[in-house]
Design a protein around this ligand. Structure first.
Ligand code: FAD
Length: 485
């Protein structure tokens, strides 16, 4: 190994060039740089709590890797792909290339930290330098602790602590040139079969999303330059384009939370009249941070109730209702619209996520883990922290949880946040001609209104699978047993 021996950058959930501490350090070394992505679904260190990513996320990953490869090419780099246990793959590439150093950004999650430890060990055996950097969060979880050394379980004090710490480190620029390294064999992305073929269910995803770093910055710009006015209230409206749609970009690290922080702060200073909306937006990014910190403390967040009183909760097994929920056939238009939006586009509006989740765990009394699993497979932004944390929040078993007696009324939620039924008409086209008065409760329309709208309940659109009042009362009874246990 010499001073000019190549440096490897191990890309993980950070598929970007700018504000990438590992890439920055490697490029600053002046040595040739090898960019490596390892699809690791086999390291035993991952097994206890990390799951393979779901179908929609696999689709996103494929697009994002292609975009990253193109960006690297523009600055003289190449992307090497390997599939297998990270420690084995990185050691193999280091040996093949005669590399002297490997750099990566940490993922502050127990299983990923354990995999990184294995990489460190494997590299030590080869006498190759191992360098890791913080980069996936605003603040490392170890920096925010209670006096007893635990992570915080309530959002407001958590976010106050972060704000009190002041600005995080400034984002780093993207390298403008990488010194090419000698060729190293790479897998072919298409051999990984990340994208669906038969059937190809991804056309809705393709129509909706442009994965990649440039698109992430465009989304953020669009929000901060326009839609952010009114964000604090409009973010609850699924019938409006009022949020950033940054979540999958953040999930795959195509943009860093530090970049979002600085862009938001700058924008708030430039447009003081929108500062409150911008700060609200930033606090939502704070929720992502909160969920990730929680996951750091509770690696089995996707399977274990944070509140153990829920371990004896009387969940029902009801496969028919679960299927109706997954397919958007519950008979409640706002629920069905959300579940179909999810299936078609890989995302769902946040307000509607809360309503559909509440419906599953409360009206249907189906275990939140069933819903979490479905979201894990179908969301392009499926996140190991945000998904289970939000499901547990809705179920009441989590940190800073919603009050147990809050059972969202799917009719009122629809009427409040989609008053003209624009969202429902888009995703439940069989109701598109229903008058607005009945769009969220079609069963109350008159025979004449049904005839005019071309709707036959029970045939063209289902009757509700459970009556709201009955579902609510059953939920309250079940929750009372848990509270009293
Ligand atoms: P914006 O309103 O523009 O918010 C900006 C960013 O803040 C988001 O991109 C996201 O990174 C973060 N954010 C916003 N709300 C939350 C929240 N409640 N919790 C954590 N982060 C948040 N978000 C995910 O990123 N991945 C998930 O797997 C996920 N699963 C969820 C499951 C349920 C049951 C619920 C109720 C919410 C879930 N969320 C999840 C949170 C939220 O719905 C999405 O982050 C949001 O809808 C993304 O849209 P946006 O980017 O336009 O959000």
């Amino acid at each position: 190994m010499t001073d000019s021996s190549p440096h490897i950058v191990w890309f993980r959930d950070d598929l970007r060039l700018s504000d990438h501490p590992a890439l920055h350090a490697a490029s600053m070394s002046g040595a040739p740089v090898i960019c490596l992505y390892v699809l690791d679904e086999v390291s035993t260190a991952l097994a206890p709590t990390a799951r393979p990513i779901g179908g929609a996320s696999r689709w996103w990953l494929a697009q994002s890797l292609r975009t990253l490869e193109a960006s690297l090419k523009r600055i003289g780099g190449t992307l090497v792909l390997r599939r297998g246990a990270a420690a084995d793959m990185i050691a193999a590439v280091a040996r093949e290339a005669g590399a002297g150093h490997v750099h990566w950004n940490e993922i502050a999650q127990t299983p990923h930290l354990a995999v990184a430890d294995e990489v460190v060990e494997a590299l030590a055996d080869l006498n190759v330098g191992a360098h890791s950097y913080a980069g996936d969060l605003l603040v490392t979880p170890k920096a925010i602790r209670t006096k007893e050394g635990r992570g915080l379980r309530v959002f407001t004090p958590f976010w106050k602590r972060i704000l009190a710490m002041g600005d995080p480190a400034k984002p780093l620029p993207a390298p403008t040139k990488l010194k090419p390294a000698p060729g190293v064999a790479s897998d072919k992305l298409s051999d990984w079969k990340l994208e669906p073929t038969t059937p190809d269910w991804a056309s809705g995803l393709r129509g909706m999303w442009t994965p990649g770093e440039a698109a992430a910055h465009k989304r953020l710009d669009l929000l901060l330059k326009g839609a952010v006015a009114g964000y604090a209230t409009d973010r609850d409206r699924p019938d409006r384009e009022a949020t950033s749609r940054l979540s999958p970009h953040l999930r795959f690290g195509e943009i860093s939370p530090r970049q979002v922080w600085y862009a938001a702060r700058f924008s708030a200073a430039e447009q003081p009249k929108h500062a409150a909306d911008i700060n609200k937006f930033l606090s939502e990014v704070g929720w992502r941070e909160f969920c990730r910190h929680l996951l750091f403390d509770v690696p089995d967040l996707a399977t274990r109730n944070l509140q153990s009183s829920f371990d004896a909760f009387p969940w029902r097994r009801d496969d028919r209702s679960l299927l109706a929920w997954q397919r958007g056939q519950t008979g409640y238009p706002i629920i069905d619209a959300g579940m179909r939006e999810l299936w078609h586009t890989g995302t769902m509006h946040n307000r509607v996520r809360m309503v559909v989740a509440s419906f599953l765990v409360k009206h249907l009394l189906i275990d939140w883990r069933e819903g979490e699993r479905w979201f894990w497979d179908t969301l392009v932004d499926a996140d190991a922290g945000s998904n289970p944390a939000n499901w547990q929040w809705v179920a009441g078993s989590g940190a800073d949880a919603a009050p147990y007696f809050r059972v969202f009324n799917p009719i009122l939620q629809g009427e409040k946040f989609d008053p003209d039924g624009v969202y429902v008409r888009r995703w439940v086209p069989e109701l598109k001609d229903m008058p607005s008065k009945f769009i969220h409760q079609p069963w109350n329309a008159s025979p004449l209104e049904f005839a005019r709208a071309g709707v036959t309940l029970g045939e063209t659109y289902p009757m509700p699978i459970v009556e709201h009042k009955i579902g609510r009362e059953r939920a309250l009874k079940a929750y009372a047993t848990t509270r009293n246990s």
